[in-house]
Design a protein around this ligand. Structure first.
Ligand code: G6P
Length: 614
């Protein structure tokens, strides 16, 4: 939700800020803006509705001079996405400008107080309230900008990553965070600031991750200064970035989403590297090994996540209950955090998050932690808030996922969770040696098997055209492939704006069957597994009502092939690993339908990749 970038140094700030905004556009893209202090000491703010390219067009003939600046790409929370509500926002005197990612929950009270003092507001945003509060504090308490920011933030309830410019101090950039991410990049005589490291990576690999309630002052010629909002001095911890520029580019693919779908054989190899040892029939997961007892003594495992990550959690429920025989509950983080859940000290809570910044998941683990539960996280972004707040965890190591619709992160989450389920099961002896070995060997085969599924891309693209004008889809699956049905439906909704529902196949009789007609395509995930015969019957029921069936089946399937309208084959594998193969055609189907419909695949309307507001 919203991307922020800042620069202070000797170069021209504007091109660096714009390039940074493009990298962060996945976080929100309904409006964008930039603020620069030029060599004459003027603070210029330019904003435009729409994507960063609109801002570039708008600013093309403006004064974009300056070696210090801040910029923002927005995902609207308070106030509709228009130019007025776009960031940066000026303070009353137009001496300060601010950008903000997060939500100031008590903004209405703060705003009323400031209005009484004669402050006027040009936007509907919570952010403008914050910059006014900083200026008010500075003027009335006669303090410097850093102190004013600290004092203002002490009054704020909510989440923020902010950056502020003061035109009377063109050598200083001040930023702070609580709940929303913020990274500082340290160059030669220059500093960078961003929501994540992607705008920084081409200039430096030295970064500092700012912690909650910290205020950072970046001043040319001086070391980075970090204090808490209560003015306690902190020592900056400089880390090395492990991110390369090529990971952030499309590499010849028309969209990041397609690139990321095709990357999956490699990303899963990376996820398993050093963990799955096929030659020794072994899995070593350090986050598990170091905390074995917590898992072995767990009476229950609670999985908390949102969106696609929640679907990975649902698959994990099947695997953990089957192999480790520990009861599992899978919770939407947003429900879990507010429903006064019973959490015990011997519960293990697994948080799943690609970004590691999802506000609801973060709050869910905060709650579980406060009740003494052990927190294990599965995350992709190294150093993000969720892994930092967890007791232990496992990174998925798939590299940056830029397409808003999650693909490679999902399959890696499933692999990580399957490895965990197998490790617990082996330690508890609730899985037989033979089954353990067989699954480990199959895990090693998964990347090549995904390659085989990807070979059907052109055929999927061909029949996707048939569905350009379709309004509704149903997705069905059973067992391990029920969550895959949900995930397939979600992919289609997210990027093609077609209404799609995922159901456990047997539930069809309890309602959705009423929707079946020749106009309703039904995607059925039906690989060879325990419930195969049952799902064949479900397909018969659909065909009997003229539904059009797209079936994902195992190679060599005979029964479904006879009745389905379109068939996509996946290689045979262990049942618990089938989601890693069956989800691939569903990702491709959604992708190609969105492309033929002319949708913005990588940045679908209204969505954002990183949901840092609840
Ligand atoms: C957003 C993204 C989804 C993602 C979900 C959870 O909705 O668009 O792709 O699955 O957030 O995000 P997380 O980073 O916690 O996995």
């Amino acid at each position: 939700m919203c991307g922020i970038v800042g620069y202070i140094g000797r170069r021209k700030a504007y091109p660096i800020l714009i390039k940074g905004l493009h990298r962060l556009e996945y976080r929100g893209y309904d409006s964008a803006g930039v603020a620069l202090i030029n060599s004459a000491g003027q603070l210029n703010v330019y904003k435009a509705k729409g994507k960063v390219s609109e801002l570039e067009a708008f600013a093309a003939d403006k004064d974009i001079d300056g070696s210090i600046g801040i910029a923002h790409t927005r995902w609207a929370t308070h106030g509709e996405p228009n130019t007025q509500n776009a960031h940066p926002h000026y303070s009353e005197s137009e001496r300060l400008a601010i950008i903000h990612n997060g939500i100031i929950e008590n903004y209405a009270v703060l705003k009323a107080g400031l209005m009484k003092e004669g402050y006027t507001f040009k936007s509907d945003t919570d952010t403008e309230v914050l910059v006014q509060l900083v200026e008010y504090t500075q003027v009335n308490k006669h303090v410097d900008l850093k102190t004013a920011v600290q004092l203002a933030l002490q009054q704020v309830v909510g989440a923020y990553a902010i950056a502020i410019l003061d035109k009377t101090h063109p050598d200083t950039l001040i930023a702070a965070r609580k709940g929303s991410p913020l990274v500082v990049g340290i160059g030669e005589d220059e500093y960078f600031l961003a929501s994540d490291a992607t705008p920084i990576v081409e200039y430096t690999d030295r970064v500092i991750y700012i912690e909650d309630e910290e205020v950072v002052t970046l001043r040319l010629g001086e070391e980075v200064d970090i204090t808490t909002i209560g003015n306690v001095q902190k020592t900056p911890e400089i880390k090395r970035l492990e991110l390369s520029l090529s990971q952030l580019e499309k590499g010849g693919y028309p969209h990041f989403m397609l690139k990321e779908i095709f990357e999956q054989p490699r990303t899963l190899t990376d996820s398993m590297r050093g963990r799955v040892n096929v030659r020794q029939d072994n899995i070593a997961l350090s986050g598990f090994i170091d905390n074995k007892d917590r898992f072995l003594n767990a009476k229950r495992i609670i999985i908390t996540a949102c969106g696609t990550s929640w679907h990975a959690g649902l698959i994990a429920m099947y695997a953990i209950e089957e192999f480790a025989q520990i009861p599992v509950e899978v919770e939407y983080s947003s429900e879990f955090r507010y429903r006064k859940p019973v959490i015990n000290k011997d519960d293990v809570v697994i948080a799943i998050s690609q970004s590691g910044e999802t506000a609801d998941t973060l709050a869910a683990i905060q709650l579980a932690k406060s009740k003494g539960a052990f927190i294990f996280s599965i995350c992709n972004v190294v150093g993000a808030s969720i892994p930092r707040m967890s007791d232990s965890g496992c990174y998925t190591h798939v590299g940056p996922e830029i397409g808003v619709a999650s693909t490679k992160a999902f399959t890696a989450q499933v692999v990580a969770l399957t490895m965990l389920a197998l490790c617990i099961g082996r330690e508890k002896k609730t899985i037989s040696k033979e089954q353990f070995v067989s699954i480990v060997r199959e895990l090693g085969q998964i990347p090549q098997k995904i390659e085989r599924v990807l070979e059907q891309n052109t055929r999927i693209a061909d029949f996707a055209k048939t569905f350009t004008y379709t309004q509704n889809f149903i997705y069905l699956g059973r067992g391990y492939n029920f969550p895959v049905a949900l995930e397939g439906a979600l992919k289609l909704k997210e990027i093609s704006y077609i209404h799609a529902e995922g159901y456990p196949a047997a539930e069809m009789k309890h309602g959705p069957i009423a929707l079946i007609s020749h106009e309703m395509p039904v995607v059925v995930v039906a690989p060879h597994c325990g419930t195969y015969e049952k799902i064949v019957s479900n397909i018969q029921e659909i065909k009997a009502r003229q539904g059009r069936v797209i079936a994902v089946v195992s190679e060599g399937d005979v029964q479904v092939r006879k009745i389905a309208d379109y068939v996509i084959e996946v290689p045979a594998t262990e049942e618990c690993l089938t989601p890693l193969l069956t989800v691939i055609p569903l990702q491709l189907l959604a992708y190609h339908i969105a492309v033929v419909k002319g949708c913005d695949v990588d940045q679908p309307r209204n969505l954002a990749k990183s949901v840092t507001v609840e």
